[in-house]
Write a protein that binds this ligand. Sequence first.
Ligand code: ZN
Ligand code: FE
Length: 266
Amino acid sequence: MQIERIPTLRDNYTYLIVDPATNEAAVVDAPEVDPVVDRIEALGVKVTKILSTHHHPDHSAANPALAQRYGAPVYGYVSDAHRIPGFTHGLEEGDTISVGELQAEILFIPAHTRGHIAYVFPDAVFCGDTLFSAGCGRLFEGTPEMMHAALNEKLSRLPDHARVYCGHEYTESNVRFALSVEPGNRQLQAKMDSVRAIRAHAGSNWHDAEDVEMTVPSTIGEEKATNPFMRPNSPEIIASVQMQAPGTPTDDVSILGAVRRLKDSF
Ligand code: ZN
Ligand code: FE
């Protein structure tokens, strides 16, 4: 399985999933056409599917143009038919899709939006704006309960080695926030050092970004060790929440909700 990371808009990731055996490819979360077409043509792959994790324009605006250009169907969560541009095929939890000989299973992970899904391949998960490296998406249409279920009941059960391909390059600011609630986490401190080193290569134009500037992917194991939204049992995070939001109950969902609110105003 070959995965191409294409920088789009200001800090978005569009992905190209390529099956080397058949030269077939799927596009994940494309907000603009040109950089995606450039990469497809440079590789000479045959696009057979357009995949959306959720309906937001920064993940789906280019669907119709790409679908028309390549004659490819557009997939998204079944109930978002009306708001995913170019939508043709609805998916639900447990469905499978193929890219050439590669197979992915669908996880339904609403919280950032009501119709958010992840595409789960054996060694790689495309999780849009639900799970970020060291962070999670804003709760535009969901609740802390829903985000907790998505992160800590579904995504956390994937293998530790599974690579996490998320929707944005937000890692450095996410790690800065994470350290503010869990400053004693050694693995998080080490992540700050490595992320700063990677981002030191970053130029001013994300469209020109090369692989050396990208902190994505991480892994599920790394997220479980460093992501404050996947660590509601951390005594240090609970203590930080109690300090900054006194009276917050210590159950997992209340802690996650409080950490999300702290991040919203960080
Ligand atoms: Zn979004
Ligand atoms: Fe987004």
